[in-house]
Design a protein around this ligand. Sequence first.
Ligand SMILES: C[S@@+](CC[C@H](N)C(=O)[O-])C[C@H]1O[C@@H](n2cnc3c(N)ncnc32)[C@H](O)[C@@H]1O
Length: 284
Amino acid sequence: MQTAFSLPETIALLSRTPASGEVLGLERSSRFVNAAQKRCAQYECVNARIEEVDLMLDGIPATAFDAPWCRWVACFVSSPQSLVEGLAKALKPTGVAVFHEYGDYASWRLMPPRPAINHFVAAVMESWRATGGEPDVGLTLPGLLQRSGFSVREVRPLVFTIGPADFVWQWPSTFLRSGAERLRELGRVSDLEVKMIVAELAEAERDSTTVMMTPLVLEIIATKHSNWSPNQVSAHVNAPDGNHAMECERRSGASPWRTAVEQRSILDERARRLLPEQNSSRRR
Ligand SMILES: C[S@@+](CC[C@H](N)C(=O)[O-])C[C@H]1O[C@@H](n2cnc3c(N)ncnc32)[C@H](O)[C@@H]1O
């Protein structure tokens, strides 16, 4: 059995699943669940099951499955650690987990630069953080996976440079137009800012020399250890190593993305811990 998070992954995994297998799609939004179920019925996908599940509250309703694929979901959950631990429990030994999550959302840029679109990207990141998510969650996943019984086999950046005529352009441009409106509804951008975002996008689309760099996605592929047991998870949770810093800060309710002054004091603190010889020479 394979487990997907949301509709596109479910459909994609179905094409790779034998008729004897099953794909389980997990999604929190009842609207998306209904749409996915309708789509599956339309295509007579008899070996697909879509369930309404909040991954943070309900966990993963499966055991001993072969491969989960999680795209752009870990960035919205309040605890990526719980998500990864849940996967470790539900996956069969030697099962393979695949993630596509952002590693640097702010890398989403246009050439030449467009200030209103940069503002949009920053506002999107703020809005996700305000609801407990983390756009650049991909940066924490390799460490979390290793501490939860996985070997990380591959971490690969996926970035595209595209022009308005490219098919892929439709993905970010559609999100920009609907996203600007959504940010206005949330009170995160003004009417004028929405107009500027849409106008800049239209201007960029009229200019055939425009290039868009898509936000950096990390493809992370990890295999579950064959001898892993659920008790091993919590033993590592509070390990104060460097890779774990962002997760620890998140758990304490603080954002790992801080002002330059805050960042500086965090670095000083880390230097005191990691480079004691430097501190003693400074004190002398
Ligand atoms: C940006 S969409 C990605 C959809 C799809 N995975 C894809 O790649 O196109 C994020 C999805 O994550 C779902 N989601 C967010 N938090 C969730 C949670 N705690 N449990 C289950 N689904 C969640 C949202 O409802 C939304 O459908």
